[in-house]
Design a protein around this ligand. Sequence first.
Ligand code: ZN
Length: 540
Amino acid sequence: MRDRWLACLLCIPSLLGAQQAQLASDAARAESTIVAAQFLSDIATLASDPFQGRAPGTRGEDSAVAFLERSFRRIGLKPGNPDGGYIQRVPLVGTTSRVDATAMFGGASQRLEQLTDIVAWSLRPDTIVTVRPSDMVFVGYGVKAPEYRWDDYKGVNVRGKVVVMLVGDPPIPDPRDSTRLDTTMFGGPAMTYYGRWTYKFETGAARGAAAVLLVHQTGPAGYPWTVVQSNAREKFEVAGGPQHVPVEGWIQLDVARRLFALGGHDFAALERAARTRAFRPVSLGGTASFTVRNAVRSVQSRNVVARLDGSDTKLKHEYVVLSAHWDGYGIGRAINGDSIYNGALDDASGAAWLLAEARAFKSLAVAPRRSLLFLAVTAEEAGLLGARWYGQHPLYPLSRTVANVNMDAMNPWGRTKGIVSLGYGRSSLEDVLAREAARDGRVVRADPEPEKGYFYRADHFEFARRGVPALSFLFPGTEYLDKPAGYEARVRGEYIARDYHKPFDEVKADWDTSGIVEDTRLLFRTTLSIAESAAWPVWR
Ligand SMILES: [Zn+2]
């Protein structure tokens, strides 16, 4: 009797071991179901012309939402909304602005042409928004950051003024090495929230400015003027959202230089002055006025959400949220005769990734211990609005939301050694990612372009700012394998210049999907590990 008891005690660990081995081999099998063909098919559907570029509040939205809901249902996932459906409604206000703008310097007036000289709009929900001739004031970077003892406004009242600002953070040279940026000031080369144009518009509104114009410079903005031009379309805000400054927009660099000169100022000299703590706002010696005619409509947009219940009776009440945005730029200004902004990489590829992960997880013999939520959000391109709405109206408490894993545009250019984690080093989730990456002989890398502020430009930010640790990816591949020197810079550069937020973001015959498959498998294992664990990831 005693012997049998002993034998049984010994047999429990080996039983557990066998169970572990079975789970591991099942996970490996599920991972291997992630293949390129299904990916390409889903991307091709979402990015096809009948989906009209998937703008919120259009037939393109209806098509995309229906496709995602149908796919989740076919995969066998439960409706993610506790109300029993796959939909979370996101009430938006859509505004299409027609803008007339005039600058007056030295008694001579000149029109500021929309698209060529400026790209401006109003997010006030009024049919006519008027800004009478108002003094133009240059406020440097428009930043007030006590932690860096930085204040571009110096208490100067800009109420009713047209404020002109530079994009990005103030770039402060390192006092020991002027070829570098001072890493103790703002993020050094990395953008902080102070560099985002949303921050600049928000602070302009808080100070009662009549208009905020950002001077466009390709380097600091991260994209050329043609991408700014794609902003001249219907814009969205969540219903009951914040009060905006009457007119927001961008001014083209050469136009800004010319206006500064007409007022007797040298743009380059003021830009230099703006990089010092001593900077004070400068009245430019001229005025600008705006008449904006708005077409305003209410839109009931939708997040699509599906759930895989956890297999552990206790841990199933904790959630890991996988997310990607389904929306794109819709139909806009035609370029080379094409007016459909298909958004194949941005972000049909992310939505296809979400479906690929959903299929792989659903195929597991035993679901992970924690529950998974698959969240396809709307209106990312309008300012992370669908993700923000979810953050403000979570379907499951954020206090029980363990982590967010977000994908915004995948890597269709081949296998890479590195996977780029936005906001590198911020949370312990990265340790899990690094461990799984190492199993593929890969490494986690910091964002090679931190100056572009991608950490603030993807949907995970709406989780991160509410305390939920997040992993997020945008063009995740770096250090291409078996490719010629200069390949990475070339393919990325070509995409940003030719495709990004343009009609040419389409499925390409020469895509190499091996990187997409590898990254998706890696994130499957990473998410599985997070969802199997009982540990809570932490911010660093
Ligand atoms: Zn995107």
